[in-house]
Structures are given as structure tokens and as C-alpha cells.
Design a protein around this ligand. Structure first.
Ligand SMILES: Cc1cc2nc3c(=O)[nH]c(=O)nc-3n(C[C@H](O)[C@H](O)[C@H](O)COP(=O)(O)O)c2cc1C
Length: 217
């Protein structure tokens, strides 16, 4: 199987080591999803189609959420007017690249996810009422699981051979007022998506080592 990585950054820290051979996934696929995948800051003009997004979601949807609650909602910002309204809510440093990205998605947590539990968790009919009765628990579960789904979506974007530029640098209250005025959805991230441009990358930043992160008890 040949997997082409788009514009892999020439950074020696991304090099595959012998540890890659301990995994079931091919080294090329590991590179595509993790080692050579970067957070892009510029993109080419190549459009990202609804068909590509459909395939990306169709992969990401299988990754787990608690009680299978799937609170992520995705707003594709396609019109120039909507793009302008979004950019106005972003921090200064995120504005130009978001104005220019081929596709921008607002990723939000649906705090009314419990209304779909009859479909997604049918073997526990009491699930909807459990969450309906506790706003704080529902909000916490919506935000946690939608955030997980953001991560899954980023990896699925990479699996499509595209790059993601995730951002949380925005005025969340302003963004929510602008796009989710009913108050039932809360933004968890904004993501630029496309083929990375030539100057897409900042320097690769160090990652923590295994020993700094993992303890065994
Ligand atoms: C949840 C999240 C929020 C982020 N917010 C921003 C942001 O607001 N602006 C920005 O330029 N980069 C943002 N980033 C990009 C990170 O800075 C970047 O992923 C990190 O430095 C690692 O870079 P690399 O993926 O290219 O190795 C964000 C990343 C994530 C996952």
C-alpha cells in the first residue's frame, strides 16, 4: 500500500524510529496520521468538497463517546458572509489564515444530545430523562465528548490526506451568540481544513517523553 503524505515537513524530529515497528498500523499510515501530520497555518487554493467532508465524518463517527452520545455538531462555513461573521470573533492571530482557508468548520457541542439517545443508546430507555434532569452533568458530558470527537475528526482529516488547523483562540461568547443564538450549542473548536501551503508549518515543538508522562502503579 502506498500512502502519499502531502508536503511532509522536513524535520528530523518527525523521523520514524524502531518503536514504529511495535504497532499494527503501517509506518506510512502512522506518519500520515501522526508523525508527519502538522497543524497547518496556510493552505493551497484547492477546495475541500462536501464529499470529502462526508467521508471524513464517516470515519470519525466510529470513534467512542460516553454512552455513545455523539454530541459533536459541525457547521461548515461556506458563504463569504458567514466566514466574515466567524473571523470577527477570532483572536487577531487566527484571522488572516481563517479568512484564506479553503474550508472552515465550527465544531460545537450539542447540549441537547440527550434527545437522540433513543437512537444512539436504545437499550437504556431511561438515558434521555437522566440527562434531561441534570443540566450540569449534561453540559459536562457534551463538552467532554464533543472535544474527544474534535480530536477524532482531526485525525480523520489527516486520513483524507488533508491538514487541519485547529483553533480555540476566539471569543467563545461572541461566536456562540453569532452562530448558536438559541444557547443549545457551545463551540469547542474552529478548524481550518485543506491542502497545506508551502509555508504551512511553524517549527515542530518538542513533545514530552514517555518517562515524563507515564507512571505505573
Ligand atoms: C484544541 C487546539 C486549539 C488550538 N488553538 C490554536 C489557535 O487558536 N491558534 C493557533 O495558531 N494554533 C492553535 N492550535 C495549534 C497548536 O498550537 C498546535 O497544534 C501545536 O503547537 C502543535 O503543532 P503541530 O501539530 O504542528 O506539531 C491549537 C491546537 C489544538 C489541538
Amino acid at each position: 500500500m502506498t500512502i502519499s503524505v502531502q508536503n511532509p515537513p522536513a524535520d528530523p524530529t518527525d523521523a520514524r524510529t524502531a518503536l514504529a515497528d511495535r504497532l499494527a498500523l503501517s509506518g506510512e499510515a502512522q506518519d500520515l496520521l501522526f508523525r508527519q501530520a502538522r497543524s497547518a497555518n496556510t493552505f493551497t487554493d484547492e477546495p475541500v468538497s462536501d464529499e470529502q467532508v462526508e467521508a471524513i465524518y464517516d470515519l470519525a463517527k466510529w470513534a467512542p463517546t460516553s454512552m455513545n452520545n455523539q454530541p459533536l455538531r459541525i457547521v461548515l462555513v461556506r458563504s463569504p458572509q458567514a466566514r466574515e461573521r466567524l473571523v470577527a470573533t477570532l483572536s487577531e492571530g487566527n484571522r488572516a489564515k481563517t479568512a484564506a482557508a479553503p474550508l472552515v468548520a465550527i465544531l460545537a457541542a450539542d447540549h441537547g444530545f440527550h434527545e437522540r439517545l433513543a437512537k444512539t443508546f436504545p437499550h437504556f430507555p431511561g438515558a434521555r430523562d437522566l440527562f434531561a434532569a441534570d443540566d450540569a452533568m449534561r453540559a459536562q458530558s457534551a463538552d467532554l465528548n464533543a472535544t474527544l470527537q474534535v480530536a477524532y475528526l482531526i485525525l480523520a482529516v489527516r486520513a483524507a490526506g488533508l491538514a487541519a488547523g485547529p483553533m480555540t483562540g476566539y471569543d467563545a461568547a461572541a461566536l456562540n451568540d453569532e452562530f448558536f443564538p438559541d444557547g443549545g450549542h457551545k463551540v469547542v473548536a474552529v478548524v481550518n481544513i485543506g491542502r497545506p501551503g508551502d509555508d504551512a508549518w511553524r517549527d515542530r515543538l518538542p513533545r514530552l517523553d514517555f518517562d515524563e508522562v507515564v507512571t505505573t502503579v
